[in-house]
Design a protein around this ligand. Structure first.
Ligand SMILES: *Cc1c(COP(=O)(O)O)cnc(C)c1O
Length: 397
């Protein structure tokens, strides 16, 4: 086995093109797709050594695969993490990052403003296995503190949250978690690794849905869990190996190629989102505009402290509730109605009837998901074309 490409002096853009590349004996330019579930051994002795970890190498794609390993190495470089493990989807990453840390009798505290499936894992899935959970307003540091119990093992949050773009003080929550002897896991999908580094802010674990900006072109599902070698070895490595939510080598290859253009795309999408937010602020049909890059975001001071850039997402509250929101979405022509985000194509979502549909109106209000709220994921189209589409649609609300 050759050594994967690595040079700690490289800048981020260089790492995203070269980090982790491990060429086969054919010397291929582009990373190879190793579509194999297993590997063959020269002898019984070699096979034994692979299984008892005394010889490095690949065994079986449920544990590791050369293409998946290249993706993991590149993701670890992007995040500045010691270790990364890829999973089949973002939800597999969220579920494993939590289930790997807890057992029956433990307690988990999480922010209430979460992606719908993350809420399901916290509210319904973990309790089925005897894990107690408490949801708090993530912006209220006293609420995190008050939720701690002697059996608290893990904290979990998203910031900015999906879809209401609420910001949580990651460094402060990490301090509260550590004082309680608990860990902090951050779902960093909305900020992306370009604009926010939760591990630097004190988190113990970062998870992504790679389905979003990492693929960035709406093709494959994927997820990734990142942390220190100790965190990954203690909580993630064995459950991933033994329970099987592994990433397909094909999806890893797509994601690996996605990372080559990751910073170009996310920078451009963020710049366009920021231009669009500025152009739309104050529009009479928009009753509220939430964008983490703007000075009028209620948590602008915290954003300046913990994020290096805004977001490629904008939340808009359209006048006249659900009816107004639907009239707006139905009148869009370039921007498509869909539920993905971080895609090259700009996409609009109505969270109250889709991702957050199973909650009561009261629960949705607590999460900042009103009937008129739409989430705009800004893609790679020219921002002037996007603005023209939004304005003509608003005119028809
Ligand atoms: C999409 C998303 C997920 C789930 O990812 P999948 O790849 O769809 O499983 C988790 N968290 C957040 C914040 C998301 O946006």
């Amino acid at each position: 086995m050759s050594e994967p490409s690595h040079n700690p002096a490289w800048h981020l853009d260089t790492m995203m093109v070269h980090e982790g590349t491990n060429r086969s004996s054919f010397g291929e330019t582009s990373e190879a797709l190793f579509l194999t579930q297993g590997h063959v051994y020269e002898s019984g002795e070699q096979c034994e050594a692979r299984f008892n970890d005394s010889e490095p190498g690949f065994i079986y794609a449920r544990f590791s695969n050369p293409t998946v390993a290249m993706f993991e190495a590149r993701m670890a470089a992007l995040e500045g993490a010691e270790a990364a493990r890829a999973t089949a989807s973002g939800m597999a990453a969220v579920t494993l990052s939590l289930m790997g840390q807890v057992k029956a009798g433990d307690h988990v505290v999480a922010a209430q403003a979460l992606f719908g499936s993350c809420r399901y894992v916290i509210e319904e899935w973990l309790p089925r296995f005897g894990v107690e959970t408490t949801l708090v307003d993530g912006r209220d540091l006293a609420a995190w503190k008050a939720a701690v119990k002697p059996n608290t093992k893990a904290f979990f949050l998203e910031s900015p949250s999906n879809p209401s773009l609420e910001i949580i003080d990651i460094a402060a929550v990490a301090t509260i978690a550590h004082a309680a002897g608990a860990t902090l896991t951050v779902d960093n999908v909305f900020a992306t690794a370009l604009w926010q580094k939760p591990l630097v802010l004190g988190a113990d674990c970062v998870v992504y849905s790679a389905t979003k900006h990492i693929d960035g072109q709406g093709r494959c599902l994927g997820g990734v869990i990142l942390g220190s070698n100790e965190f990954i070895d203690t909580y993630i490595k064995t459950p991933l190996r033994q329970t099987g939510p592994a990433m397909s080598p094909f999806n890893a290859w797509v994601m690996l190629k996605g990372l080559e253009t990751f910073s170009l795309r996310v920078e451009r999408q963020t710049r366009s989102a920021s231009e669009l937010a500025d152009a739309l602020a104050g529009h009479p049909t928009i009753t509220k505009l939430i964008y983490p890059g703007r000075k009028d975001h209620p948590q602008a001071e915290l954003i300046a402290r913990q994020m290096a850039g805004g977001s490629s997402l904008i939340a808009l509250e359209i006048a006249a509730g659900k009816q107004g929101a639907f009239r707006f979405m139905n009148a869009l022509s370039l921007i498509k109605i869909s539920n993905n985000l971080g895609d090259a194509k700009s996409l609009i979502t109505h969270p109250a009837t889709t991702t957050h549909q199973r909650f009561t109106p009261e629960q949705r209000d607590l999460m900042g998901v009103g009937e008129g709220l739409v989430r705009l994921s800004v893609g790679l189209e020219h921002p002037k074309d996007l603005l023209a589409d939004v304005l003509q649609a608003l005119a028809r609300v």
